[in-house]
Ligand binder design. Structure first.
Ligand code: G3P
Length: 216
């Protein structure tokens, strides 16, 4: 499973990239707005920090605008994945941009039929939003499983990028369901390694080593 970090915060990305465990970054207009810096400048800096795909979202909603903005974003760096919303204009733009060799991440996916359309449009990634479905008492993880089954039925190459992840359990369940990628906020990534029994066991090992005067 690939791990992408879902943020536009340069310091958080740099810290996690240094672990060697980050395979890409996803941003969206809300996350970029939080960064409080010029959009293309932030995306360029992120692309220099992380070799893997960096999702940068258009703000146009019409086909021509999406193509124009998508080409500008793709020109920032070769690892830019242009993020397009799951609308008819977004799907049409996806077909065009992927046809030009640009990576496309189709976002704001909330149904299996939407994901089916994105795969037919040649999307590189599809981003089903787990947390936002859970927020309205629907089953976000069921969507991941449904998409996995549909994509496997027809051998679609589009990668399932589990998004809107809020907890470590979302990551585990997404991995069990066969998502190709999980994108998550920095705090969720950091929580994956945490376990009280690990901390307790390490403390015991270190105390015993000190008592015995063990030196390496
Ligand atoms: O960036 C796409 C997605 O991960 C947003 O997550 O928590 O705003 O639903 P969230």
């Amino acid at each position: 499973m690939k791990f992408f970090v879902d943020t536009a915060n340069i310091d958080d990305i740099a810290e996690l990239a240094a672990t060697g465990l980050i395979d890409g970054v996803t941003t969206n207009p809300s996350l970029v707005a939080k960064a409080g810096r010029p959009f293309t400048e932030v995306i360029k800096e992120i692309c220099d920090l992380v070799e893997g795909p960096v999702s940068a979202e258009v703000v146009a909603t019409d086909y021509d605008g999406m193509i124009s903005e998508g080409r500008k974003l793709a020109a920032i760096a070769e690892n830019v994945a242009v993020k397009l919303p799951l609308t008819w204009d977004g799907l049409k733009a996806c077909k065009t941009l992927t046809g030009e060799g640009t990576m496309v991440n189709v976002t704001l996916c909330f149904s299996a039929n939407q994901a089916l359309l994105a795969a037919k449009a040649g999307a590189t990634f599809i981003s089903p939003f787990i947390g936002r479905l859970d927020d309205i008492n629907l089953d976000g993880m069921e969507l991941i499983s449904d998409i996995r089954q549909i994509y496997d039925n027809y051998l679609f190459d589009t990668e399932i990028l589990a998004a809107s992840i809020r907890t470590a359990n979302h990551v585990k369940e997404s991995a069990l369901a066969g998502a190709d990628v999980a994108t998550m906020p920095p705090n969720v990534i950091k929580s994956l390694a945490a376990h009280p029994l690990t901390d307790k066991g390490l403390a015991t090992f270190l105390a015993d080593a000190e008592k015995a005067g063990i030196k390496v």
